[in-house]
Design a protein around this ligand. Sequence first.
Ligand SMILES: [Ca+2]
Ligand SMILES: [Ca+2]
Length: 193
Amino acid sequence: MNFGTVLTSGQEVPTDSGSLATGAATFTLNEDGNALNYSLTVVGLDFGAFIGDGTPQTEDRSDDITGIDFGNAPLGETGNVAFGIVGLSQDDNLIFNSNPDGSTTISGTWSETDIASIPLSTVVPGIQSAAATTAESGTTQVTDLYLNVRTAGHPEGAIRGQIASISPELSELLTTTDPIILNVLIGQDITPI
Ligand SMILES: [Ca+2]
Ligand SMILES: [Ca+2]
């Protein structure tokens, strides 16, 4: 089952954060439904605190990432943190990769056995249902799960991406770190409001 999202400031609730950062993420749920693999690439935010010796990547403090998490709410609504990926509560198998183009990719697995505010099994039926509809109809289905990236300047969230079940072809496109392709994908708006 393939899922994906494009992260933008405009998906933040209640108001657009105004951040110019962007992101793209892909997800796969295993057959048993107890492990959700994710890969998120972010352009335009500072991961310095989490990489190497902790040196900031930019002088501006407001773009420093303070947390990345899965949230549980429909598009347009604020939800509770379900699982912390980066920050005080961090995924046990998180990997950071600095890309040559200046973007950063993080990847890991939200497993049923991970310590989470909301167990993975709570959200799995919803995303499995979305994936079943996508497999049947070929259409993108928006789920009640989202990614939220918090920064010093926007503690409630700088960019957010509502996770949708998508075709394998679209999943391929979302692995890009090319800002031009990313902008085209954001223009297509796979998570319409
Ligand atoms: Ca910075
Ligand atoms: Ca994990």
